[in-house]
Design a protein around this ligand. Structure first.
Ligand code: PLP
Length: 444
C-alpha cells in the first residue's frame, strides 16, 4: 500500500524510472511516447537535454540555497535579463516563484498592492473567465473557473466575476462572423466593468490560449486587442496567463505576440525550466514595479524558494535552447504537421466535433453527435476511457472533461515536447486514433 497522498488515488500509476527524449520508461520496461510533455506542457525539451542537466549539476555544486531577499545570484540576474530582453513591450521586471499557481497569485497580489500604493484602495475586484484554469491555490482557484476543482472550496474563494471565454466552437452563433463573435465576447468585459463599478476593478485575467478546462482553445483574431482597449479605457490591469501556452509552445516565444497585445503582467512556469527544476515567474511592467518601489518599497508577496539559483540555472539553459537557431521554426513546422495529421485522422470522425489549437498545443473535442454538437453523457466518463486506452498502448496524453456554463464535454489535449519529430507525430496520432475508437466503442 502506498503512503503517498496521490492526487487521484484511484488511478493505477506506473512507476517512472527513466526518460529518454520523447519517451518515458516505467519500472517494467514499458515505453510511453510523451504526447503531453511530461504533464501539461512541462517537458518542452524532452527528458535528455544534456545542456540543462549539466547546468543543474554545475550550479548545485556551488551552493545549496540563499534567500533571494538577502542575496541575489548570477543565475537569477542572468535569467531575468534573458526573459526581459525579448519580452512583450513594456515588461521589464521578473519576479520568480516555484510554480504557475504562485505566479498567478503573485500577479494578483502585485495588482492589488499597486492600487494600494497609488492611493486607489477601492480597486479590489478581479474579473476572470468561465472555463479557465489558473492554478490550484485559493487565489488561482478564485480567478479561474474549473468548477469541479472549485466545488469544495466555493464558500472560501474570493469573490471574482467571470465572463464568457472566447470559445468559438461552442460560443459563436451562426449569424455571427468570427470577428463579430470575438468583439461580442470581449465586450462582455466592458459590461462587467461597468456593472461592477469602473473604479472598483483592479484586473482582468485570461489564459492567452487556454490549456486545460476546455482544452487548447485559441482566441479568435481581434479578441485580445479589444480586451486590451477596454482595460486601458478603464485603467484595469491585464494579466495574461501563459503558464501553459508560453515560451515557445505556440510557435512564438510568447503566445500573445500572435494577438498583437502586451499585458501588464505575464505569467509563466512550465516552459521556463522544462520540468528539470520547478520554477515559475511573473513579468511585470515598469509602472507597477516603480509604484511599489517608490511606495512602500517592498512587494508583500514572495516565497522562500523564489529565485532558487539551481532552478534559475536550469531555466537559463532551457531558454538558450528555445532561442537557438531554428528552434521556434521547428515548432511552427511540426505544429502545422500535427494539425494536418489530426485533421486527416479525425476530420471526418463521427465523434470528433472540433480540432483546434495553436502551434504544438492542439485539442480534439469529442461529441456524441457532430451535427448537434451534443457531448457524450458525463456518466460515460469517455475521457478516462481514452486516457486508459492511450496509456495501455504506450501513449501519454491528456483526456479531460471540461465544463462550460453547464455543458460538460470531453477533450484530448495533445502537446508533446517541442523536440517532437514528424515520425513521433505519426505515432502519437495513430495511437490516439486507436484509443479514441476503442473508448467510443466501450461507451456505446
Ligand atoms: N495557469 C495555467 C494556465 C495552467 O495551465 C496551470 C497548470 O496547469 C497553472 C496556472 C498552475 O500551474 P502549477 O500547476 O505549476 O501551479
Amino acid at each position: 500500500m502506498s503512503s503517498v497522498f496521490h492526487r487521484i488515488p484511484k488511478r493505477n500509476l506506473p512507476v517512472a524510472v527513466k526518460g529518454e527524449g520523447m519517451y518515458i520508461i516505467d519500472k517494467d520496461g514499458k515505453r510511453y511516447i510523451d504526447g503531453y510533455a511530461g504533464g501539461a506542457c512541462v517537458s518542452c525539451l524532452g527528458h535528455s537535454e544534456e545542456s540543462v542537466i549539466e547546468a543543474v549539476r554545475e550550479q548545485i555544486g556551488k551552493f545549496a540555497f540563499f534567500h533571494s531577499a538577502m542575496f541575489t545570484s548570477e543565475p537569477l540576474e542572468e535569467l531575468a535579463s534573458i526573459l526581459t530582453t525579448d519580452a512583450p513591450e513594456g515588461l521589464t521586471r521578473v519576479f520568480f516563484t516555484n510554480s504557475g499557481s504562485e505566479a498567478v497569485e503573485s500577479a494578483v497580489m502585485m495588482a492589488r498592492q499597486y492600487f494600494v500604493e497609488i492611493g486607489q484602495p477601492q480597486r479590489k475586484k478581479v474579473i476572470g473567465r468561465r472555463s479557465s484554469y489558473h492554478g490550484a491555490n485559493l487565489t488561482a482557484l478564485s480567478v479561474g473557473h474549473q468548477l469541479s476543482r472549485r466545488a469544495p472550496f466555493e464558500d472560501i474563494l474570493a469573490n471574482v466575476f467571470h465572463i464568457s471565454p472566447c470559445y468559438e466552437y461552442r460560443g459563436r452563433q451562426e449569424s455571427e462572423t468570427v470577428e463579430q463573435y470575438g468583439l461580442r465576447v470581449a465586450n462582455e468585459l466592458e459590461q462587467a466593468i461597468l456593472g461592477l463599478g469602473p473604479n472598483t476593478v483592479m484586473a482582468f485575467i485570461a489564459e492567452t490560449v487556454t490549456g486545460t478546462t476546455n482544452g487548447a482553445t485559441p482566441p479568435v483574431p481581434g479578441y485580445f486587442k479589444r480586451v486590451k482597449e477596454i482595460c486601458d479605457k478603464y485603467g484595469v490591469l491585464l494579466i495574461l496567463d501563459e503558464v501553459f501556452c508560453g515560451l515557445g509552445r505556440t510557435g512564438t516565444l510568447h503566445a500573445c505576440e500572435q494577438d498583437g497585445v502586451a499585458p501588464d503582467f505575464l505569467t509563466f512556469a512550465k516552459g521556463i525550466a522544462a520540468g528539470y527544476q520547478p520554477i515559475g515567474a511573473t513579468m511585470v511592467n515598469e509602472k507597477i514595479y516603480q509604484a511599489i518601489v517608490s511606495g512602500s518599497g517592498t512587494f508583500k508577496g514572495g516565497y522562500t524558494y523564489s529565485g532558487h539559483a539551481t532552478a534559475c540555472a536550469a531555466a537559463i539553459a532551457v531558454q538558450k535552447v528555445l532561442r537557438g537557431p531554428g528552434f521556434l521554426d521547428h515548432v511552427k513546422t511540426t505544429g502545422n504537421l500535427l494539425s494536418a495529421r489530426l485533421n486527416e485522422r479525425f476530420g471526418q470522425h463521427p465523434h470528433v466535433g472540433d480540432i483546434r489549437g495553436r502551434g504544438m498545443l492542439m485539442t480534439v473535442e469529442l461529441v456524441e453527435d457532430r451535427s448537434t454538437k451534443a457531448p457524450f453523457a458525463a456518466s460515460q466518463d469517455l475521457s478516462s476511457k481514452i486516457y486508459q486506452n492511450a496509456q495501455a498502448r504506450g501513449l501519454i496524453t491528456h483526456a479531460l472533461t471540461g465544463t462550460i456554463d453547464g455543458y460538460v464535454g470531453d477533450h484530448v489535449v495533445i502537446c508533446p515536447p517541442l523536440i517532437v519529430t514528424s515520425e513521433n507525430i505519426d505515432t502519437i496520432v495513430e495511437l490516439l486514433g486507436e484509443a479514441i475508437d476503442a473508448a467510443v466503442l466501450e461507451a456505446r
